[in-house]
Write a protein that binds this ligand. Structure first.
Ligand code: SF4
Length: 656
């Protein structure tokens, strides 16, 4: 245990910005179900740490999956291939914390005060990816907290889950959990604390949260029945006032409301003044953690959601309507951090959708920042952004043609042609950036071998364009296609699709990969068909998948042994086309997207018909989100594009 504590103290010594409040009324262990270096690069996780610790009655500490031999040795986190910057010298060689925990049978500890996680009032997991579900179960097992909610008593901490993966389809982890946050954390975090502080008993807390109708899913208050064919028959609420479906929370109620009310009641004038300050919340780096992935830069979310509606993309649909953080607030925060770093990462699903992107880039360049972005959408890329990225030389340009077939791009609603893609890559090469990464998918609905052959042709054309530009610079670059199998995701128009059969997916990936590898200056990277199928199981399963997750965690990651033990048939959950009449497991969450809209989008996909982007303005009722959620009530920092209705993209989309 001593070695683990020393390892944690070394991590804290390398950081700035962490807090430890002694004697707080409510203690929360905020956990990321992966290793430290990956968790600290997650903006949602950092944001929740700030939100919880901003509440005077709360002390929030962090918990992570312990570093194992590979992450400790190389600075790599599970599944990531980037080496960390600023690793320590060998005199303070990182510890293989996982082995040490196992050897000493130490229950999992928090980072800040090295307290056992099981001694906290609440253990709150922030989950962005379903691939971390097994880690989550493992962390509960290592903490000595019963994994199954039904086995826990009032002496155990309350287990809360939040984050994108948990509200996209909460069912695979529902039976581990007391409360699942459905929606955005800056709204849900303070509301959760208000209810926890107001209620003495666990039962009252759960019931009050569930009865909010939006934002909190309490799985134990629903009975799930199944039909003879194994599909879900119905969800039935077991208590009065508990909604049939839980609405997604994107409301604009003041997140500080409860804290303010309590401070006024107690006469705490300083706290009242602090809470009344007109500050804007934009998720950004809170703790400076140089040992984390991307730990050498200041990260800030500049917008949420993407207007395009690519039919495979869960992040696009589940954050509709798209909203932006005003340039003024982004630049103010960037100015605060400039003394610490000259690198900034703009986090967004669609950077160039921001109507003030020009002002943001100019402001950051004036501060001499080296700019990188979390993703680039090809159709919207501006010359100005390209110039800024090339100038900073801080990241490899990655673009996402997705496929090589214009027809298939209409199927997935990515409205670009091969000619446009080659031109955009050309604009990158002409600036002297001669290496690009290309994200491409295999196994798309209606895909044929001819479509796959078009992928090879497109990559050849891009490579030729690179060599042409390269002559002017006297050197050649590299084209790096990254091939992934399509995993149909819940709450997207492809939610009814089956994943491509594993053998067939393997064949297609192998064929494309082999033919790309023959092209000079091309270096292909391929995801395995097996991994795609594992992802599909964890993302589209129902409550019965929890048994597989628990067994996999207990059997140290051996999924095949877990499948043998549980006798659950993964193909049932991943490899059949679902009917439009079927009750889908994730429909316990009401994302606001209407079934009619989603079905129409799926049908349009099969006809290779594209759909105009979400216009993000309040006259629109097209997908159902705005009329049924929160239109016109955006939280302070996330302003709906409506405020920028003069933006040409919004106008154009409205006219279509
Ligand atoms: S209702 Fe219209 S504006 Fe609102 S999210 Fe849906 S498509 Fe976008």
């Amino acid at each position: 245990m001593k070695k683990i504590i020393e390892s944690y103290k070394r991590k804290l010594a390398a950081e700035e910005g962490w807090v430890l409040k002694r004697g707080a009324q409510l203690r929360i262990a905020l956990c990321y179900p992966n290793v430290y270096s990956i968790g600290m690069a997650n903006l949602g996780f950092q944001a929740m740490y700030e939100i919880f610790n901003n509440i005077p009655e709360v002390s929030c500490e962090r918990g992570f999956l312990p570093d194992d031999a590979s992450s400790a040795r190389s600075g790599k986190g599970s599944g990531y291939d980037q080496a960390l910057p600023n690793r320590r010298d060998s005199d303070t060689r990182p510890l293989d914390e996982m082995s040490e925990y196992e050897r000493t049978r130490t229950p999992l500890l928090s980072l800040e005060s090295q307290t056992k996680l099981r001694d906290f009032d609440v253990i709150a997991f922030s989950i962005s990816f379903e691939t971390d579900y097994v880690n989550l179960a493992r962390m509960l097992q290592m903490s000595g907290v019963p994994v199954w909610a039904k086995d826990r008593t009032r002496h155990d901490p309350l287990i809360v889950m939040g984050g994108a993966a948990s509200f996209l389809n909460p069912e695979p982890i529902a039976e581990f959990t007391d409360i699942i946050g459905v929606g955005e954390g800056e709204i849900l975090g303070p509301k959760l604390i208000d209810v926890l502080l107001e209620n003495e008993s666990k039962e009252d807390t759960l019931l009050q949260l569930a009865r909010q109708g939006r934002g909190f899913y309490v799985p134990s208050l629903y009975h799930v029945s199944y039909k003879d064919d194994g599909t879900v028959e119905a969800y039935t609420a077991t208590e009065e006032g508990v909604p049939v479906r839980v609405g997604r929370a994107v409301s604009a109620e003041s997140p500080k409301e409860g804290s303010l009310r309590r401070a006024i009641r107690r006469g705490q004038k300083d706290i009242v003044a602090q809470l009344k300050r007109d500050e804007v919340f934009a998720p950004s780096t809170t703790i400076w953690a140089p040992q984390a992935e991307m730990g050498d830069r200041f990260l800030i979310e500049i917008s949420r959601g993407c207007s395009q509606g690519c039919r495979f993309c869960w992040a696009g649909y589940n954050y509709w309507p798209p909203r932006v953080v005003p340039a003024r607030d982004i630049l103010a925060k960037a100015a605060e951090w400039r003394g610490k770093t000259d690198k900034i990462g703009l986090v967004s699903t669609a950077v160039c959708d921001h109507p003030e992107i020009s002002e943001i880039l100019q402001g950051l360049r004036a501060m001499d920042y080296r700019i990188s972005v979390s993703s680039l959408r090809l159709d919207q890329i501006s010359e100005e952004l390209l110039d800024a990225l090339v100038e900073s030389r801080d990241q490899q340009i990655a673009v996402a043609p997705e496929t090589g077939s214009d027809r298939l791009r209409r199927v997935i609603n990515k409205n670009l042609t091969n000619d446009e893609i080659v031109d955009i890559c050309g604009a990158v090469f002409d600036r002297g950036m001669l290496t690009v990464k290309l994200y491409m998918m295999v196994g798309l609905p209606t895909e044929t071998d001819e479509d796959l052959a078009e992928m090879i042709t497109l990559v050849e054309r891009i490579k030729d364009r690179m060599l042409e530009a390269g002559k002017r610079f006297g050197r050649a670059g590299k084209i790096i296609p990254s091939l992934n199998g399509l995993v149909p995701k819940p709450n997207t128009p492809f939610q009814w699709e089956a994943i491509c059969d594993e053998k067939e997916l393997k064949r297609r990936l192998k064929w494309v990969s082999k033919n790309l590898a023959r092209i000079p200056n091309v270096e292909v990277r391929t995801m395995s068909a097996r991994i795609a199928h594992e992802q599909a199981l964890f993302s589209s399963g129902d409550r019965r998948i929890a048994r597989i997750i628990e067994a996999t965690a207990r059997l140290k990651g051996d999924l095949h042994a877990a499948l043998r033990e549980t006798q659950v048939d993964p193909a049932f959950h991943t490899s059949r086309r679902r009917s439009y009449d079927e009750v889908l497991p994730w429909e316990i969450v009401n994302s606001g997207l209407s079934r009619e809209f989603m079905q129409q989008e799926d049908e349009r996909a099969h006809d290779a018909r594209s759909t105009a982007p979400c216009p993000s303005v309040n006259q629109c009722k097209r997908c159902g989100v705005c009329p049924t959620t929160w239109l016109g009530e955006a939280p302070a920092a996330l302003v709906q594009l409506q405020a920028y209705a003069t933006h040409p993209a919004a106008k154009a989309a409205l006219l279509i």
